[in-house]
Design a protein around this ligand. Structure first.
Ligand code: PGA
Length: 252
């Protein structure tokens, strides 16, 4: 299975900055890449990325992702963006349940599961984020928390579960420069892999990404772990040379 390196730009960028970043990425990808690639960009810029893919050959293998999706199909939900709208803009992925949304927007396990279901129904692959806080890790509750978060998504999505991507992102490692060690990350990935295996006989196709301060220096050892199938990259995805180095480290 090819690895997936997905950038999560979060609430960063501008028309000019995005164009410069993607042009640099395109140039670096001219010769191809050893993995699948995606950039998950703020909703207002989805159309820009779609247009740039047409003018920059190097972006042909870069898929477009959103950072969130509504659980609702359409209607009176001011400010929301539906999965069908994302599909219209050629999105392949939508991040759901990022810890910043769980934390600042009070997203529950049940809502995250509904968002994953809405994405799948529209033919979009949800990148379902799970991860424990520092307090939960210190209390020895890491496995219980990530299993509970993933169980909600499994329960709501039945056999479609084999179509999701899972990202394990320990909250204490996001944007802090503190990465889980490869062994810590692998241990949680193995738990998630076993949970998915119990849920579907198609679990081998589900990619498990690691996220949380992954960068050009630590990517190779994290990606070498047996159950780490890629990365969800925040800060380092905003710098083309760093993102390109992570991509280069993601050979099978
Ligand atoms: P980071 O963010 O790489 O900046 O830690 C990862 C994420 O939140 O997806």
């Amino acid at each position: 299975m090819k690895k997936l390196i997905a950038g999560n730009w979060k609430m960063n960028g501008s028309l000019a900055a995005n164009e410069a970043l993607l042009a640099e990425l395109a140039a670096g990808l001219q010769a191809g890449a050893p993995c699948e690639i995606a950039v998950c960009v703020p909703a207002p810029y989805l159309a820009q990325v779609q247009a740039l893919k047409k003018t920059h050959a190097g972006l042909a293998q870069v898929d477009i992702g959103a950072q969130d999706v509504s659980a609702q199909a359409s209607g009176a939900y001011t400010g929301e963006v539906s999965a069908a709208m994302l599909k219209d803009l050629n999105c392949r992925y939508a991040v759901v349940g990022h810890s910043e949304r769980r934390q600042y927007h009070a997203e529950t396990d049940a809502l995250v599961a509904d968002k994953a279901r809405a994405a799948l129904a529209a033919g979009i692959t949800p990148i379902v984020c799970v991860g424990e806080t520092l307090a939960e890790r210190e209390a020895g509750r890491t496995v219980e928390v990530v299993k509970r978060q993933l169980a909600a998504v499994i329960h709501a999505n039945g056999h479609c579960i084999s179509e999701i991507v899972v990202a394990y992102e320990p909250v204490w490692a996001i944007g802090t420069g503190k990465t889980a060690t490869p062994e810590e990350a692998q241990a949680v990935h193995a738990v998630l892999r076993a949970q998915l295996k119990a849920a579907t006989d198609q679990s081998a196709r589900i990619k498990l990404l690691y996220g949380g301060s992954m960068n050009a220096a630590n990517a190779a050892t994290l990606l070498a772990q047996p159950d780490i199938d890629g990365g969800l990259i925040g800060g380092a995805s905003l710098k083309a040379p760093d993102f390109l180095k992570i991509i280069a480290a993601a050979h099978v």
